[in-house]
Design a protein around this ligand. Sequence first.
Ligand code: SF4
Ligand code: SF4
Length: 509
Amino acid sequence: MADFKTPELKEYPVVPNLQEGVMAHSKPFVAKPQFQEPLGYPGELVDNWKEVAIAKMGELTSKYRSLQVFLDACVKCGACTDKCHYYLGTTDPKNMPVARQDLYRKVYRRYYTFAGKYFPKLVGAEDLTEEVLDDWYSYFHQCSQCRRCSVYCPYGIDTAEISMAAREVMDEIGKGQKYCNEIIAKVNVIGNNLGLPEPALVDTLEGLEEEVFDDTEVKVRFPVDEAGAEILLVTPSADFFAEPHVDGLIGYAKVFHEAGVTWTLSSFASEAANFGMFIGSYENMRKLALRIRQAALDLGVKRIVFGECGHAWRVAYSFLNTLAGPFDFLDPKYPVPQHICEFTYDLIQKGKLNFDKSQNDHMVLTYHDSCNVARASRMGSMPGGQFVIPREIIKATCDNFYDMPDYSIREGTFCCGGGGGLLTDDLIELRVKGALPRMEAIKQVVEEHGVTHMAAICAICKSQFSKVLPYYGFTMDQIVSVHQLVSNAIVLTPDQQQAEEPEPAETAA
Ligand code: SF4
Ligand code: SF4
């Protein structure tokens, strides 16, 4: 394990004493030129970086009015200060949301406000210096863009948008982050975050088909690039091999099997994740989203369904139509796009899925609301559907379910600690410390209700928890996919015909 002290789990959340600068050393690796340039950024820090950065800041505030409002509106009320998991876990005051915002705000004020230009000291305006840039690189990569702070801000100031803007400015001057930019470059060339080429994908899916047949003696299909299928499934590439993600993919396939619909994955758009959002780049986000449109057109599908991935669902639910629409070539009877949880929940409500809940009796479950699903999207047609639907699926498939404390779930959910493009080993200290509030909430339900497992519907959350749970005395297999629970409990129909046209979903988003 890395060389740092894992925070101690307290009985209840405690606002820690400030320890100035304790996380100043935390910085992700900088992207190399071969991953910067294909994304449209300079390979390395440009000579006139200060001028370029200031000009970019002006461009961003004029393009995104929300950003300017967020920079102008803060009244320093302090309501957000103890709401960030990275502050609670690290104790560094620059991880308080308002302090993080101020790293950007003070430079914005200096160059873009009257008072900041002429009376900088009076309004806390500061020049952009190497020291400031250093702080930006460190602390804007200690924000998982989870938006928890915005829920408690009386003005709804969204620190995530300020972090995205800061990262975009840094990319523009040639100081991008290795993890995110490498991944985006890989998707542009190969189609997924893992760099998994088509033959390997086909091989993996064939292996899964055999595995499920060996387990169940039912031929559940895992099709790829099948033109004319009704549904295109777009899912995080972690679903293709990693535990517990792959068990979720098996669950989706079994649900499609029982629904009697034809479906396919695409080797061209074999990734739901869209890291363009994490670096604040509309252009990169759009380029990735257009691959999904292209795949849907090429395969002639009627519907698009997204697998379990938090930020992918935010991009899909909130932005896909504007990024890559119109989707007027799809069947208008169905939501565009649809979440796999909406798809499964709809079938449950119609009584079309049979479950043997006892298959999950070895587990006592709780559920982690992923930030981007909870605070930046919705599911179904009911308010709060993004909280209700996954829980209803868990309750339909398991007998033992207990929610974590109220302050840590639904819109107040705590980030897993690895979101927003921070799921990289060079940030492991931050990831472990940032997971503290979630770990404290888990501890509570473990002690009160004997909870043994936590389910989630986000690939990043699942990977992050697999890694950090052991730091807190839990085991990595205590995190499971929601559709893994579905997979365990679903009663399969042996010779299900995949031809029947199902009723349109009632859970239109
Ligand atoms: S968006 Fe999340 S990670 Fe970023 S400052 Fe707010 S609470 Fe912290
Ligand atoms: S809660 Fe909002 S207004 Fe208050 S300090 Fe935080 S960002 Fe500023």
